[in-house]
Write a protein that binds this ligand. Structure first.
Ligand code: G16
Length: 546
């Protein structure tokens, strides 16, 4: 390990691939075509070391992944000490460093951070990192390592990991030996924690029929296979599909959670019949959606909204049965949440619901405001957070009846089974399976909670997506001027119509969401709004047509 050296930082700078490419730390860190990321990896190594130094040497995580994006993309994000996303105020530093084109300006950006954050560069730095199965990862890792090296960070490579496993490891390392210890900082520790909790949570109930898991040809296939070694088949039966992690071009291609959610259909590789149970992970296994076909072979999606409803319902009942009504449950959604799901949560479950901007970091922070905060994006990204006070109540309440005792035990198992650092496909799958097993519900029974309004997502490519500015948790567009009034006028023509547009933080596109009373109306609404976006945003390629 070498020492932090501004001279080395300057001399080892990795040149930018294209002079005019502008980098931005977005919804989930830096994301773009892998070929432009060498220089970014180098500066992320330095930034991670600075972040660790700022936090007195706490371990910082770096994950190299582009998650649901195509295989040729890649990305990188930083994980803060408790396993949460990088503190937002540091995103600007990341962007500034990434856009420094020569050694001098990079050193200047680094010096600005050191002085603004009053960092003592003598403080040791600790960083761990991992990556998904993308072919571009090994080269990108080398550039990251070079950045860590010039910053004198103590670094450890955990190799191929799911994103949520990296978040878990960071939290474990930083809480080891404290009363808050999160678990054993290893893949084995993660598997054991989750599998032990699952065995407790389903004890005494008959196992459900096998669950087919589409792993998007990504890292989830490798890690799920390792994980299920820890649970006997009599307790959980899974069948892994789309596990071609070494086939070039296969990652996220016509499979995975994003494909299923966006296209509202099963992957073509899945043979699905009435009564079958399916779910899909995304490329780095931090999202999950469930689905089935009904008796008429019609595809039915159980997305993040449905998972939030199921989790909130179950947890609220357990809180009630445990007699700990002082523990308040809340749900956090984004504008993408189906209108029916919000109505179900507010009117049927009578649970408070907040709406925030897209991005797990926004949902996570909002969920921390509740004793038990359930947060899910409609795309299947989410988890449940238990506040320290809620954990303490669950741990210390003395049961007066066997039913109360059982509810407390179940809640306690959930606190172990749920990855509280970030959305986690494996952990969320166990949460859903726990609830369905406790209820002995089929996917169809779960789906009865409410009926989704038909909805549609359309991507529009425009000359410059950054001109699209939104407000009110992304539900209204402020710029380009006049676009919101046009959307309002279009929406007014459809019963139960709702639509909004926002620039993606992970892809070069503007996203259009629409929902309405019928499928035909929804599709028409989505395309009319997409055309308005294309016209006012200098659309690229052909104008969207239904
Ligand atoms: C990331 C974020 C999610 C977000 C998704 C799409 O997911 O972590 O919070 O919903 O991107 O974001 P956008 O609409 O801005 O492109 P993932 O699974 O790709 O990491």
């Amino acid at each position: 390990m070498s020492a932090f050296s501004l001279e080395s930082i300057k001399n080892n700078i990795v040149p930018h691939k294209y002079e005019d490419f502008v980098y931005a730390y977005g919804t989930a860190g830096f994301r773009s075509k892998a070929e432009v990321l060498d220089s970014v990896m180098y500066i992320v190594g330095i930034l991670a070391a600075l972040r660790s130094k700022k936090l007195n040497g706490a371990t910082i995580g770096v994950m190299i992944t582009a998650s649901h994006n195509p295989e040729e993309d890649n990305g990188v994000k930083l994980v803060d000490p408790r396993g949460e996303m990088l503190e937002q105020s540091w995103e600007g530093y990341a962007t500034k460093m990434a856009n420094a084109k020569d050694g001098e300006s990079l050193v200047q950006a680094v010096n600005e951070i050191i002085s603004a954050q009053k960092i003592n560069i003598e403080t040791p730095a600790s960083v761990i990192y991992g990556h998904d199965t993308r072919p571009s990862c090994p080269d990108l890792v080398k550039h990251l390592e070079s950045g860590l090296q010039v910053s004198g960070a103590q670094a450890k490579n955990y190799g191929v990991l799911t994103t949520p496993m990296l978040h878990y490891l960071v939290r474990c390392l930083n809480t080891a030996g404290t009363s808050d210890a999160y678990g054993e900082p290893s893949a084995e520790g993660y598997y054991k924690k989750l599998s032990d909790a699952y065995k407790t949570a389903v004890k005494g109930y008959a196992r459900l029929s096998p669950l087919t898991v589409d792993c998007a040809n990504g890292v989830g296939a490798i890690k799920l296979r390792e994980f299920i070694q820890h649970i006997p088949e009599e307790i959980l039966a899974t069948n892994v599909i789309n596990d071609q992690t070494t086939t070039l071009g296969a990652l996220n291609k016509n499979c995975g959670a994003d494909y299923v959610k966006t296209n509202q259909r099963a992957p073509p590789t899945a043979t699905i019949a009435p009564g079958d149970r399916f779910c899909s992970y995304d490329g780095d296994a931090d999202r999950i959606v469930y689905y089935y076909v009904d008796k008429d072979n019609v595809f039915r999606l159980l997305d993040g909204d449905k998972i939030a409803g199921l989790a909130a319902m179950f947890i609220m009942e357990l809180v009630n049965d445990a007699g700990i009504d002082s523990v308040k449950v809340g749900v956090v959604q984004t504008a993408y949440a189906n209108g029916s799901s919000t109505r179900y949560l507010e009117k049927v479950l009578k649970v408070p619901v907040s709406c925030v901007a897209t991005g797990v970091k926004h949902l996570h922070h909002e969920a921390e405001k509740y004793d038990i905060g359930v947060y899910f994006e409609a795309n299947g990204h989410g988890t449940v957070l238990f506040s320290p006070a809620a954990l303490n109540t669950i741990k210390t309440t003395e049961a007066k009846t066997p039913a109360q005792n059982r509810a407390l035990q179940q809640l306690s198992a959930l606190t172990e089974l749920i990855n509280q650092t970030v959305g986690d496909a494996i952990s969320d799958m166990l949460l859903v399976e726990t609830i369905l097993t406790n209820r002995q519900w089929s996917l169809d029974a779960w789906d009865q909670a409410y009926t989704d309004l038909p909805n549609r997502l359309v991507k529009v490519v425009v000359a410059d997506r950054t001109i699209f500015k939104t407000t009110n948790a992304e539900r209204q567009v402020v710029e380009p001027a006049g676009l919101q009034a046009e959307i309002d006028a279009i929406v007014a023509k459809y019963s139960n119509g709702r639509s909004f547009v926002r620039a993606s933080g992970t892809e070069d596109a503007v996203r259009v969401y629409a929902e309405a009373a019928s499928r035909a109306e929804t599709d028409e609404l989505a395309y009319k709004v997409a055309q308005a976006v294309y016209d006012r945003g200098s659309g690229v390629g052909s104008r969207p047509l239904l």
